[in-house]
Design a protein around this ligand. Structure first.
Ligand code: MN
Ligand code: MN
Length: 460
C-alpha cells in the first residue's frame, strides 16, 4: 500500500476546525506581542503564573513534591516550566523550543549622520538574507540603562501611533550596477543602517544638526544619553502584528515563526499538562540562531542546574548520579521548525519533494537535520521514532516526516544534539514553514495546530 501524507484540512471535523481557529487566534496574539526573546520570556512567565506555576525559588524553599508546577526563569531570556512527576529519577518528557529569532541588533556605538539623515548602525543576528531587511517598517525593542543605572525598556514602533524606522534601498532607476551584484552582496552588512530622523530645526550643532536633534529628543523623552547605547541591548524587528493570509485565511504571516510557532505550541501544551509518573517540561531557550551559545543558550547549564536543584529539593540527599540518571532516561521533542516544500523554487533542486514537509500536512518529524551527510545533527533512533509514532497515532495527531532540503543542498541544526549528549532520546519535531528566516515568515494554521496537538499528546 502506498504511503501518502494526510492533508489536515481534508480530515478535521467541525469541532476540530473551530479549535484550530481559536488556537490560531491565540498564537497570532502571542506572535504579535512576543517580538523578541525578552518579550517571549515575559509572555511565557506571565502565562505560567496565571496557570498556577510557582517560581523556582519559592519551590526550593517549600520542597518539591509530585504534582508541583514550577517555572524557572533564565535572565529574562529563557524559561523552563516543570510539571513534577512521581519521581524525578524516572526521567522527564521535555519539549524544547527557542524564543530568539533572526533580526538586526543595534551596534554599541550606533548613532551617526550623513546626507541630512541620522542613522543607527546595526549588526545582524542569525542567518539572514540582508536584502530582506530593507524597505520595511521596523520597530525597536530592548533595554538600556541611564548613567545613573535606571533601566529603560524600549518598545517603539508596535503601537499604530508610534513612529517606525526604515532602511533604504537604491531606487530601481539607478540600480543597474547594484543588480549585477550577487544577491549576498546586493545589500552589505554595513549598509543595514536604520533611518531614525532628518530634522534640523531646533539644533545648534552645525556639523551634525540632525543627530544632535535626535540626541536631545532621546534625553528629553527617555532620559537616555548617546553613551548609554554603549551598554544597551536593542533589537530591530519588523513592526506590526502577525496577520492571517489568503482568501481562506489558512496561513499566518508574522515575524519570528522560527521558533515561536513551536514555542507557543510547547507553552500551551505544558500549561495543560496533567501531573503523571514522569516529569514534564516545557523548555524555552535563547541564542539558538547563533549556535546556542552563552548562558541563556541551550549549551549553558541553566537547564541541568535547574533539574539538579529540583532533584535536590525532592530528595533527602542529593547525588550527582540522580541528575545523570534522570537526564539519561529523558525523552525530548526538539521543537523547532523545518522547511516546507516551496514549488516556486523547484527549479533550484533544493527540495526533494518526497522527503520534504508539505504545507498543511501536519507536524513535521525530522529524524535528522545537519549538512554534508547529516553532519552536526541528532539522528534519532528507530526505536524512539516508533514510540513517538505510537503516541501521535493514539492521539490522532497528523504528522509527516521531513528533511531540511535535498542532500547537499545546504542544511541547518537545532538544539536536538545538546540534550542527546546527556543520554536523552531526542527527535526534531516541529512546524514546517515557508520563507524561513525572512523578516516575515509564512506558516500554515493547520500545521501550527497539529504541532500543538503533537506536544499535547507527548505530555499525556
Ligand atoms: Mn529554529
Ligand atoms: Mn532558525
Amino acid at each position: 500500500m502506498k504511503y501518502e501524507r494526510t492533508n489536515v484540512w481534508d480530515v478535521l471535523d467541525e469541532d476540530e476546525l473551530q479549535a484550530l481557529e481559536a488556537y490560531s487566534k491565540r498564537y497570532i496574539d502571542f506572535l504579535s506581542q512576543a517580538k523578541t526573546e525578552r518579550l517571549a520570556h515575559d509572555f511565557i512567565l506571565d502565562a505560567a503564573h496565571k496557570g498556577g506555576f510557582i517560581d523556582l525559588d519559592e519551590a526550593l524553599e517549600k520542597g518539591v513534591k509530585p504534582g508541583d508546577k514550577i517555572v524557572a526563569s533564565n535572565r529574562g531570556k529563557g524559561a523552563a516550566l516543570f510539571v513534577v512527576g512521581e519521581d524525578m529519577l524516572e526521567g522527564m518528557d521535555i519539549v524544547g523550543a527557542h524564543i530568539d529569532s533572526p533580526r538586526l541588533d543595534i551596534k554599541p556605538n550606533p548613532l551617526h549622520e550623513e546626507g541630512n539623515m541620522a542613522y543607527l548602525r546595526t549588526h545582524y543576528y542569525g542567518g539572514v538574507k540582508k536584502y530582506h531587511w530593507i524597505n520595511l517598517p521596523l520597530a525597536l525593542h530592548g533595554v538600556m540603562f541611564t548613567n545613573e543605572g535606571k533601566k529603560v525598556d524600549i518598545h517603539i514602533g508596535e503601537d499604530p501611533n508610534d513612529p517606525v524606522f526604515y532602511i533604504n534601498d537604491l531606487l530601481i532607476h539607478l540600480s543597474s550596477k547594484q543588480q549585477e551584484k550577487k544577491a549576498s552582496e546586493v545589500i552589505e552588512g554595513e549598509q543595514l543602517q536604520i533611518v531614525i530622523g532628518s530634522k534640523t530645526s531646533g539644533s545648534e550643532d552645525e556639523k551634525e544638526p540632525v543627530a544632535s536633534n535626535i540626541r536631545n529628543l532621546l534625553l528629553e523623552k527617555y532620559g537616555i544619553e548617546e553613551k548609554d547605547f554603549l551598554f544597551a541591548e536593542i533589537e530591530a524587528t519588523p513592526a506590526g502584528p502577525a496577520r492571517e493570509v489568503g482568501f481562506d485565511r489558512s496561513l499566518i504571516a508574522g515575524h519570528g515563526h522560527d521558533d515561536r510557532i513551536c514555542s507557543y505550541a510547547a507553552l500551551e501544551a505544558i500549561l495543560g499538562a496533567v501531573p503523571g509518573k514522569r516529569t514534564k517540561v516545557g523548555l524555552f531557550v535563547d541564542k539558538e540562531e547563533v549556535g546556542s551559545i552563552g548562558n541563556t543558550g541551550m549549551k549553558s547549564h541553566f537547564f541541568i542546574n535547574t533539574v539538579a536543584e529540583l532533584i535536590a529539593a525532592s530528595k533527602e540527599e542529593y547525588n550527582e548520579l540522580y541528575l545523570k540518571r534522570s537526564l539519561a532516561k529523558s525523552r525530548v521533542l526538539s521543537a523547532d521548525v523545518s522547511a516546507a516544500y516551496d514549488p516556486q523554487f523547484k527549479s533550484l533542486g533544493v527540495f526533494e519533494e518526497q522527503n520534504t514537509a508539505w504545507v498543511g500536512c501536519g507536524v513535521a518529524i525530522n529524524k535528522y537535520t545537519g549538512s554534508r551527510g547529516k553532519s552536526g545533527s541528532n539522528d534519532a533512533h528507530a526505536e524512539f521514532l516508533q514510540e513517538i509514532r505510537k503516541i501521535f497515532d493514539d492521539n490522532k495527531v497528523i504528522y509527516q516526516t521531513s528533511e531540511l532540503g535535498a542532500v547537499d543542498a545546504g542544511g541547518g541544526g537545532t538544539i536536538a544534539f545538546i540534550l542527546a549528549e546527556y543520554g536523552a532520546d531526542v527527535v526534531d519535531c516541529g512546524t514546517a514553514m515557508l520563507s524561513m528566516h525572512a523578516p516575515i515568515e509564512l506558516a500554515s494554521k493547520a500545521d501550527a495546530y497539529e504541532t500543538f496537538k503533537a506536544y499535547e499528546a507527548f505530555f499525556k
